[in-house]
Design a protein around this ligand. Structure first.
Ligand SMILES: [Zn+2]
Length: 480
């Protein structure tokens, strides 16, 4: 792989590119799903290829191939150079990159139990048992899924970097759907979107105890059918990590992406209300709100040592004491913003996609109150769990989120379950209502996926957070 990565770089270099980088990626993937005790999907696949990115006359070009012989590599390098030459005729300004040292390094995300070494029969038995347990509670659809991926990746560039990294990840989830002719209710565990994939091995599947949680998940879906709708009120809202992670993703993660802010990228998730002049000025939230990006956090599906531009990763503060102080950047956007270095946030979905600015563990720092005290100190409010629907405008300001379930809180006690809760607000006003965040014992990383770019890429993302309370938030519920 090292040889292929370096060969294609020197080929494009010899064709007149001023900068070249390449990524050779070998991907192993397994996805298994059991629905109502029957195997729905049992998919195992491998692929491998190389993507080459070049700068010619100040414009980017990119091409990829899954054929790794000399002729195919040369054709791929030539295509990337031709694309860049074409782009150079219409570019507004020449691309320039923030400086970055060269590295020769290797980094392997360590896992305790290789998920690909676990017997397929054991995986299918676990999922079938989970499905059976959920059906016993009377749900209409009982689905249990597992997903595993491993990317072995070599990055090389024309500055002399050569970096090998191995990323293994594992996820698994339960989905229970209950119907009664009038309504459809869903409960999931541990996370609605993308099976809460973690940068860990089979041990993460064992730790989440899917089988032990199956009866609860299904019975809550059934209970929701007879729950009353969430009352309309302005109240204190405590948002659970698996819901808050998506809130962070949509109203912070996308909003601070420098490529959106600079107008380089607007597909799929729009632009941003943030302007670079707002750094150090914009009050994003209350004083307890501290947000950061950190790809070096262990255990996440987006933990890495170097990004897909060969930039050594580190922590970037985004919001400090409620004030916007940083953005997620690439080498190109960092130069345009006048920064010394990129924040190391560029990732591509696979060898056949260009890297984009992504959200490397954009997370909310824990607070100093226990989860129990957070609930106990809430006189009147609602606890919201699991996102069910979301919408946010193109500039990441006005949003509405719906949750799978809510529980009313009265005098510090969790009381009645209510269905179809919805809340809405405007990004800086919402984060300014945050008055307390649970401590690090409650803090966890939630693994997500994110669509961005054209052609669209499914990117790995993850967000760390604990339960957080927002005062005076408007909530409501569907009546039917
Ligand atoms: Zn997204």
């Amino acid at each position: 792989m090292r040889d292929v990565a370096q060969r294609v770089v020197s080929m494009a270099d010899g064709m007149g590119a001023s900068y070249v980088d390449s990524r050779v990626v070998q991907r192993e993937r397994e996805f298994i799903s059991v629905k109502n005790e029957e195997v729905e999907v049992a998919n195992s696949q491998d692929d491998m290829g190389v993507g080459v990115r070049v700068l010619v006359d100040g414009a980017w070009g990119f091409a990829s191939t899954n054929r790794l012989d000399g002729r195919s590599l040369e054709k791929c390098a030539r295509r990337a150079v031709e694309v860049a030459r074409g782009g150079a005729t219409v570019r507004k300004y020449p691309v320039q990159l923030a400086p970055e040292p060269e590295y020769q390094d290797e980094w392997i995300r360590s896992v305790e139990i290789d998920p690909f070494a676990v017997d397929m029969a054991k995986k299918l038995e676990l999922l079938t048992e989970c499905s059976k347990e959920m059906l016993r509670e009377g749900v209409g659809v009982a689905r249990a899924s597992l997903v595993f991926e491993r990317d072995t990746q070599v990055f090389a560039n024309s500055s002399g970097s050569l970096i090998r990294q191995v990323f293994t990840e594992s996820g698994g989830s339960l989905y229970a759907l209950a119907v009664n002719g009038e309504q459809t209710q869903v409960r999931t565990y541990p996370c609605t979107i993308w099976h809460d994939i973690q940068g860990e091995g089979w041990e993460t599947i064992e730790a989440r105890d899917l089988l032990g949680n199956a009866p609860r998940v299904a019975s809550e879906a059934v209970q929701l059918l007879s729950a009353r709708p969430c009352p309309e009120m302005t109240t204190d809202v405590i948002i659970a990590p698996n819901e808050l992670a998506l809130q962070i993703h949509e109203s912070v993660g996308h909003a601070v992406e420098a490529d959106r802010i600079l107008g380089h990228e607007a597909d799929f998730a729009g632009t941003s209300f943030i302007d670079p002049d707002m750094l150090g000025e914009l009050r994003y939230g209350s004083e307890v709100v501290n947000l950061f990006a950190d790809p070096t956090l262990p255990g996440s599906r987006i933990s890495y040592k170097y990004d897909d531009e060969g930039v050594k990763a580190g922590r970037v503060d985004l919001v400090r004491d409620g004030v916007l102080v940083g953005l997620t950047t690439s080498r190109e956007s960092a130069h345009e913003l006048g920064l010394d270095r990129s924040g190391g946030c560029m990732r591509a979905n696979n060898f056949d996609h260009i890297p984009l600015v992504r959200m490397p563990n954009v997370s909310l720092e824990p607070g100093d109150v226990s989860y129990e005290d957070l609930i106990a100190s809430t006189k009147k409010g609602i606890l919201l769990d699991q996102n069910r629907s979301w919408s946010i405008d193109d500039r990441r300001l006005n949003f509405q989120f719906g949750s799978e379930a809510g529980w009313l809180i009265e005098d510090g006690q969790i009381t009645e379950m209510v269905r179809d809760p919805i809340y809405a607000d405007i990004t800086p006003q919402f984060w300014s209502k945050c008055d307390a965040i649970a401590d690090e014992d409650d803090w966890r990383i939630v693994g997500y996926a994110c669509g961005k770019g054209a052609p669209s890429q499914d990117g790995r993302v993850a967000h760390g957070c604990s339960h957080a309370r927002f005062t005076g938030l408007k909530v409501g519920g569907k009546k039917s």
